[in-house]
Design a protein around this ligand. Sequence first.
Ligand code: UDP
Ligand code: MG
Length: 150
Amino acid sequence: MERTFVMVKPDGVMRQLTGEIIAGLERKGFKLVAMKMLKMDTALAERHYAEHMGKAFFPGLVEFITSGPVVAMVWEGPNVVKGVRDLMGATNPAEALPGTIRGNLAVTISRNVIHGSDSVESAEREIALYFKPEEILVYDRPADAWLMEK
Ligand code: UDP
Ligand code: MG
């Protein structure tokens, strides 16, 4: 089953949006299989956002993402990588559609409350940055039978 890495960023935690964000992904039908709260250090932030190193927004991004607690999660489900990206909405909340997390809950690109992996390959890399394999749980939900055919 496909997995993705999702993170409530410091603005989401401080604005007390963690529960709402998790509830939205649960209601969709995706399965939460790992979760932890942490404060990222600069080294982890630079590894997480390595693809953006050298860009003008990079120093501000690293400062912001290390400024407070984040909630790191692994979610599982059919096409969960694209599914979460679609639920998140565009990177810039000004362009994110109403109904999406960023469209509903954020106003500027540098404070857009949530991260989600952009591909299956990115998801594998990012999950490994935050979780050991044994921290990702395998369990059945009774609701699975009502969400998908065997
Ligand atoms: N970001 C920013 N300014 C920009 C572009 C990006 O502050 O001009 C931040 C923003 O928090 C974004 C993150 O950098 O979520 C990573 O950028 P990316 O293009 O990968 O967007 P995402 O994958 O998060 O939608
Ligand atoms: Mg990205």
